[in-house]
Design a protein around this ligand. Structure first.
Ligand SMILES: [Zn+2]
Length: 510
């Protein structure tokens, strides 16, 4: 046998307990065929001595938004703006490019902004400023005027944000393709080889109803799994014996596709987020009477979970506040009781504020929390204040999940937070925010456990563990090549990613 590629001189951390370390990896037809002595003597078309570089399974970002992230790179960036005047000056300087002026990176917590401010620089355009939370925006009067009766100074959250967003949609397939390519380059630089896109087809962050066509056209250098928005569920006319009342056309559901592009879970939003103070809590945000909000009527959300489960979907339920998580737990328990299914493996996206009593329910229902540790690195100081001393240690847990036997998956929710897995892994170990604050230190995990969340855990959450997540013969040859060993590095976030390999191909090499 002649290998396609042989990597020698590796310090591979395989994440496979059967063969935890390796110095040589043999690759053929995009897959790992053997390690060390199995492949050492085999000839290869290409042999690369990695000179002691650390090789990990490619990182899996189990919840991200590639199109939205790429769009942010193409719109006016307001990140870092510290005054309304600075925002208006950046917006005012943007070239006229049609009917809309779009901006991203705005953070309401730092700077006030309203419709009248935006009118002053609109020059006849509709202005849409996305809040960093993804759950809110500020628009100008020209947009407000077209919305069904909204009492607002320009700040819109959740449902009314969606109404404003809908005025701009759809984007063209080519626009989305361009956005996806920008994001794919970004994630490859961070060692990410697989992304699960959290919600295509409809909803707050959708681009077009024909979004899947953009992913097919883009043929990206990474693997992508698409979560389909539950908003597109509709009656599909299946036989009564199938028990499928609503699904998507052709009966497609979780698992369809190739190892490059596949359909993942059905994504449902049940509440908002902590940045926008719309995550649904059982007790108010500290010092306020606000308990956040559920995303929709409980009966509609419950029906989507029951129908999605019955149609064979893995559900990915966005639930950040503990009240939304209660709702998700009840609905999943009901779905599983009505239609038992082995290893349904439903997911809770974010799973941000988990009360101690909820942990064993998450475990017994077999749910997978898909976490964003970098939220706490970036926003942990703010979140700790709005949750208060009792609840702050319950946020984006690590250790408690593992002690309950729960598999966790790491993710970024890019562009809501920085996407780099190594940054998130460092936080999971240190539990220290960018402001230096200790956030839930009892939830710290080991470096190996944090790495597992971004490899094996991500693969498990995406139901791809048969082919991804570890450097194991037979699995796909996806690797992140690092300049240092995270287990002994004093600064994991700063470790250079020297190369990223997808399916045995050099997708990026520094
Ligand atoms: Zn998201």
């Amino acid at each position: 046998m002649i290998l396609d590629l042989k990597l020698t001189g590796c310090r591979a951390i395989t994440m496979d307990p059967v063969h935890p370390a390796a110095h040589t990896i043999g690759i053929w037809q995009g897959r790992i065929v053997g390690l060390d002595s199995w492949v050492e003597s085999l000839p290869a078309l290409e042999t690369v001595d990695l000179d002691g570089a650390v090789v990990l399974p490619g990182f899996i970002d189990a919840h991200t938004h590639l199109a939205w992230n790429g769009r942010n790179r193409r719109t006016v960036s307001l990140s870092g703006c510290s005054s309304t005047a600075e925002i208006l000056s950046r917006l005012g300087a943007a070239p006229d490019s049609g009917e809309w002026l779009e901006a991203s990176g705005y953070d309401r917590r730092a700077v006030p902004l309203n419709a009248a401010d935006l009118d002053s620089i609109s020059r006849g355009r509709k202005v849409y400023v996305a809040d960093v939370s993804g759950h809110a925006c500020v628009v100008n009067s020209a947009v407000l005027k077209e919305l069904p009766v909204v009492e607002s100074d320009g700040w819109l959250t959740e449902g009314s944000q969606l109404a404003a967003r809908s005025l701009r949609l759809p984007y063209s397939i080519d626009e989305v393709v361009a956005e996806l390519r920008i994001s794919a380059d970004e994630v490859l630089a961070e060692g990410v080889t697989t992304c699960a896109e959290a919600g295509v087809g409809a909803g707050l962050i959708a681009s077009t109803p024909v979004e899947v066509a953009a992913y097919q056209r883009a043929s990206l250098p990474i693997r992508v799994q698409l979560m389909v928005s539950a908003d597109v569920l509709h009656p599909v006319g299946a036989h009564a014996d199938d028990g499928i009342t609503r699904s998507i056309d052709l009966g497609l559901h979780t698992g369809f596709g190739s190892s490059r592009l596949s359909i993942g879970a059905l994504k449902l939003w049940t509440d908002g987020g902590m940045i926008a103070r719309t995550a649904a809590l059982t007790a108010p945000y500290e010092g306020t009477s606000n308990i956040g909000e559920l995303a929709d009527s409980p009966s509609l959300m419950r029906a989507a979970i029951l129908d999605g489960h019955a149609a064979g979907w893995q559900m990915a339920i966005h639930a950040i506040g503990d009240r939304a998580i209660d709702f998700a737990l009840d609905a999943v328990a009901e779905a599983l009781a009505l239609r038992p299914r082995a290893d349904a493996r439903h997911r809770i996206e974010h799973c941000g504020l988990v009360r101690p009593d909820q942990l064993s329910r998450i475990a017994s229902l077999g749910l997978v929390p898909v976490l964003q540790p970098t939220f706490l690195w970036a926003y942990g100081d703010d979140y700790s204040e709005i949750m208060g001393a009792t609840r702050a240690p319950w946020m984006y847990r690590g250790r408690s999940f593992l002690e309950h036997g729960i598999t966790i998956a790491g993710s970024s929710d890019r562009p809501v937070a920085d996407g780099a897995p190594l940054r998130a892994i460092e936080f999971m170990v240190s539990r220290r925010s960018s402001g230096g604050r200790s956030v839930g230190p009892d939830e710290a995990v080991s470096v190996e456990e944090a790495l597992a969340a971004y490899t094996l855990g991500g693969a498990y959450a995406c139901r791809l563990e048969d082919r991804l997540g570890s450097i194991t013969p037979g699995k796909l040859a996806d690797f992140a090549v690092l300049g240092e060993d995270p287990r002994s590095s004093p600064s994991i976030a700063d470790i250079p990613v020297v190369a990223t390999i997808v399916g045995g191909e050099w997708a990026r090499r520094s």
